[in-house]
Design a protein around this ligand. Sequence first.
Ligand SMILES: C[S@@+](CC[C@H](N)C(=O)[O-])C[C@H]1O[C@@H](n2cnc3c(N)ncnc32)[C@H](O)[C@@H]1O
Length: 257
Amino acid sequence: VSGIVYLVGAGPGDPKLITVRGAEVLALADVVVYDRLAAPELLDLAPATAERVYVGKEPGRAAVPQEDIEALLVERGLAGDVVVRLKGGDPFVFGRGGEEALACSRAGIPFEVVPGVSAAVAAPAAAGIPVTHRGLARSFAVVTASGAHGDGVDLAAVAAATDTLVLLMAAGKLEQTCRALIDAGRPADEPAAIVQWATTPDQRQVTGTLADLPALALAASIGPPAALVVGPVAALAYELAAARASELTKAACIPNS
Ligand SMILES: C[S@@+](CC[C@H](N)C(=O)[O-])C[C@H]1O[C@@H](n2cnc3c(N)ncnc32)[C@H](O)[C@@H]1O
């Protein structure tokens, strides 16, 4: 009897932002294969007897090779296990979930993709930045600031065609990224924000312009994981993040039943 592999989006950081379906399949797991950016609290949703296998990158140590992760999913699926592959955000947004789905498909193992709330939209939202907004932005693009082999993406075309840009994996390359966007024709005084550890208690954000954000972020020691948001909508962060903060304060005053 073949098992099944669930490729589950863990959401952006707050464990409550997993989907109902994600929580449901976690409760069925024989084995959970999880990443660094999946909230650790989510492992508690799996049965106590489920095996937990960490395949994320530890600081200063090499990541588990992608082929090894895929081989593990296939091996456990063929052994008849219910496998939950828990990945930060959405499994198909810069998560290599497509490769893992292909590995299952080619091995004849049933699999299901459980979409997740991607940091690409959750990080701006948590900072009070709507990625589209009437009169300010009718389009947004999600781009990686670093390619799979360390090579950069050509930002010029997307920068010219899109109102709001969300750049993931940009924290270590903020200076080059902002410079490339200015060189691609985005105004140096365009609003920009960087949001670190969005939706977690460690969330921090810095807002500025394309020209001054790199220095401001450096001064604030903003590092990964962080999302860079560029566009007129980033100017709403102050007003909307403040509103959100007061909501949180209000929520904190309501005792849990
Ligand atoms: C390899 S990508 C995976 C993205 C993930 N699949 C998703 O949909 O959110 C990792 C990048 O996502 C962004 N990211 C993930 N979690 C984040 C968070 N809580 N706050 C800010 N950015 C985050 C960062 O840019 C980080 O470098």
